[in-house]
Every structure is written in C-alpha cells, then in structure tokens.
Design a protein around this ligand. Structure first.
Ligand SMILES: Cc1ncc(COP(=O)(O)O)c(C=O)c1O
Length: 395
C-alpha cells in the first residue's frame, strides 16, 4: 500500500505548499514606491481614491477605510450605539476579533449555531437568542459564501435590530445579485495579508447611511473633524475640532497603494479562485469521507478559502492535518468555535455541547491551500496527498 509520508513514505511534494499567500504584482510594487517617494505616507489622497473605488465596486453610497476589519467592526458597533449591557448575536464559528470587539464595548457576544452546509449562522437559531437586551445581529460570510441575508434582515426588522455584516471573507461575494457591502446597515471587510485582496493589514466599512458614514469617518481618526487628515497639506488648515472621543484606526496611503491595484484585479482573482475551487471539487468529490463545499443558489461565492469536511477515517482531523503537513501540504481550520474558547467559557458560561452543528463541523473541517496564483499542480498535489491519507487510514 502507498505509505503516507508520516508513516515513512516519500512526501507528495518536496516544497511546502502554504495554506495562503498574497498575489502581489509589479503594479502594487510601483505604486508603493511612488507613495514612498511622494512624501505622503499616512492617510491621504490614495486612501480617499481607494475608498471611492471600493464604494463603486460594491455599489454602496459610502466607504470608510480602517486599519483592520477588527476596528471596522468595533467602530460600526460603537457608531450604531452598542453600549454596556447590550447583546449582539453572532455565529460561534467565527474569528475571535468579531466577539472581542463586542466585549470591549461592554456588551455580550451571544453565540448562535451554524448550518452544517455553509458554516454560516443558522437563521433558525437566531430568534431564540433574542432578548430585550439584543441590539444587533452580526452575520459572517464564511469562506466567501454569503449568509442567508433575507432571513437575517427579516428577523432584524421584526425585532428592530441593527445588522452589521462581518465580510472579512466576503469581498466580491454576491447575494441574490447584490454585492456584499450594499445590503445592510454596515458591512466590514478585511484586507489582511492572506485575504482575497490585501493591503497587508486593513479594513473597510461600507454603508448607505450618510449620518453613520460621517460618524465613522470622524471616529476612525481621533474624533476630529473628518477632513483633518489634510491638515499638513497645502489644502489643509491647522485648525480642527474634536467632535467625539475617537480612535486611531485610519488606513494609510501605503496600504491604499496596494488596495487600489488589488481592487482592480479582484474580479480576476475571484475568477481564478472559482476555477481552482472547481478543480478541487472535481478531484475530491468521489473520495469517500470527504465533503466538498456547498454553494447555494442565488449566491456568488468569492472563494476566500476552500474548506472540506473529512470523516470516516481511523485517524481524527488533527492527525489528518499532521499527515498532510508531512506531505508538505499546509492547511488551516476556520474556526475553533468561540464557545469552546477559555475566555468565553469563563466569562459567559458557554460550554462544550452548546452548539452541536458548530462542533460537528469543527471536528471535521480542514481549509486546504488556496490562493489566487496557485497552479493546477499545487491543487493536484494537495488532492493526491488527501487521497493517499484517506486510502491508508480508511476505517
Ligand atoms: C471572520 C473574520 N472576522 C474578522 C476578522 C478580522 O480581520 P482583520 O485581521 O482585518 O482585523 C477576520 C480575520 O481573519 C476574520 O476571519
């Protein structure tokens, strides 16, 4: 029998295939050099240009850039009035920062279970979590597959709740023909290094609410009047007013230099990622015990990540990850459900068993190597490694 590398066989690849990598071209490099030479490194004309281009791309009225999606989520919740004692509902299968920002506002993160097919918040599990303290729902678009926005917005409307979308995975995704970012009160994007498009670190909030947009613009830069970033330019004034106790959460022109070109390339990235996802699915769909991603009708997946569920082997998911690592295939897990994390257990009493679907998915999920410039050979290697492990360890 073909022995996996972890059992002493030759690894499928000699060179490590990472889980994710940014795709950066000459355009980004030249724009970055231009920025460095311009003398304007922090927030400035390129940041504003990037915001303009981004709002056009998603079809929203306003776009406000930030230094991360985490701060975008924080500022959105804060601006929508989330305060101590309030509750915000979000999926347990998400990244820690989404819940952390709720905690920092003195509010309670109320987790809800996810569906086993898309790993997104299950709308059927939202209403039972609503109390008289609930102020907002924060759905996340796992992997780039939109959450069930119609159902979520209907529940929010019925109970008079705000909806803040965590679209860290969702740049370029669509729901029923509408781009994510054009639908709810506020949508927050991430441009972290491994994301579908990147600014190294960075985030963006889109909204159609002018008042909210003005508030966010002020808050992301110390709470000072919203064009204060110009104060050192020939068009600026030394005078500014502090309108609110704001934060330091602005994007810089160095980040926007990357963002401007990444945004131009985004549709091309998504097209390639769609093809990569199709190839993975073709190669893995008849492997016993592997569940390839579900894509629902009426959505356009943007394929930030490609996550499979693996089951029916003599070894568990953690051991499969180790066996893949020995084959030189990198992976990740999105995510360890937050109700299993010590902080949320200790602070709010969550415990194992609270969210059966999230735990079912977590025990089986593996995110495979996925980035815009990966080759067919990369995908074939990852699939050969999976097949080798499945054959060797099948129960
Ligand atoms: C679902 C989710 N929300 C929020 C974030 C935070 O994004 P950022 O790193 O830009 O703050 C991430 C980051 O990976 C994420 O995956």
């Amino acid at each position: 029998m073909d022995k996996p590398a972890i059992e002493g066989g030759e690894p499928i690849r000699n060179e490590f295939l990472p889980f994710g990598k940014p795709t950066i071209g000459e355009e980004e490099i030249n724009e970055m050099v231009d920025t460095l030479k311009s003398g304007w490194l922090s927030m400035g004309p390129k940041t504003i240009k990037f915001e303009e281009a981004f709002k056009e791309y998603v079809g929203a009225d306003y776009a406000i850039s930030c230094n991360s999606c985490t701060m975008a989520l924080f500022l959105s919740l804060y601006s929508l009035g989330i305060k101590p004692g309030d509750e915000v509902i979000l999926p347990t299968t998400t990244f820690a920062s989404a819940a952390n920002v709720i905690v920092h506002l003195g509010a309670k993160p109320v987790f809800a279970d996810v569906t086993r097919d898309t790993y997104n918040i299950d709308p059927d599990k939202i209403e039972e979590k609503i109390t008289d303290k609930t102020k907002a729902i924060m759905p996340m678009h796992h992997s780039g597959h939109s959450a069930d926005m119609d159902r979520i917005l209907e529940i929010a409307q019925k109970h008079n709740l705000s909806v803040i979308e965590d679209a860290a995975h969702g740049v370029g995704s669509e729901y029923k023909g509408k781009k994510i970012g054009s639908i709810s009160d506020a949508t927050c994007f991430s441009f972290y290094a491994t994301k579908t498009m990147t600014t190294g670190e960075g985030g963006m909030i889109t909204t159609n609410n002018e008042e909210l947009a003005n508030k966010l613009r002020t808050l992301r830069l110390h709470g000072i009047s919203s064009d204060a970033w110009k104060r050192y330019s020939d068009k600026g004034s030394w005078y500014y007013e502090v309108m609110d106790a704001g934060f330091k959460a602005n994007m810089t022109d160095m980040q926007a230099a990357l963002g401007l070109h990444q945004l131009k390339k985004l549709d091309g990235f998504i097209e390639t990622r769609q093809k990569n996802a199709e190839l993975y699915t073709k190669l893995l769909s008849d492997v016993p015990g592997i569940k390839t991603p579900t894509v629902k009708d009426d959505i356009k997946h943007s394929w930030y990540i490609y996550t499979i569920l693996i089951d029916g082997l003599k070894i568990n998911r953690d051991e499969v990850i180790k066996a893949l690592r020995a084959e030189n295939i990198g992976t990740s897990v999105h995510f360890i459900p937050l109700h299993l994390q010590p902080f949320f257990q200790k602070t709010y009493g969550y415990q194992k068993g609270d969210f059966p679907n999230a735990e079912y998915v977590y025990d089986r999920m593996i995110s495979l190597p996925f980035f815009s410039h990966m080759t067919e050979k990369d995908i074939e290697d990852a699939c050969s490694a999976i097949k080798r492990i499945v054959n060797y360890y099948k129960a």
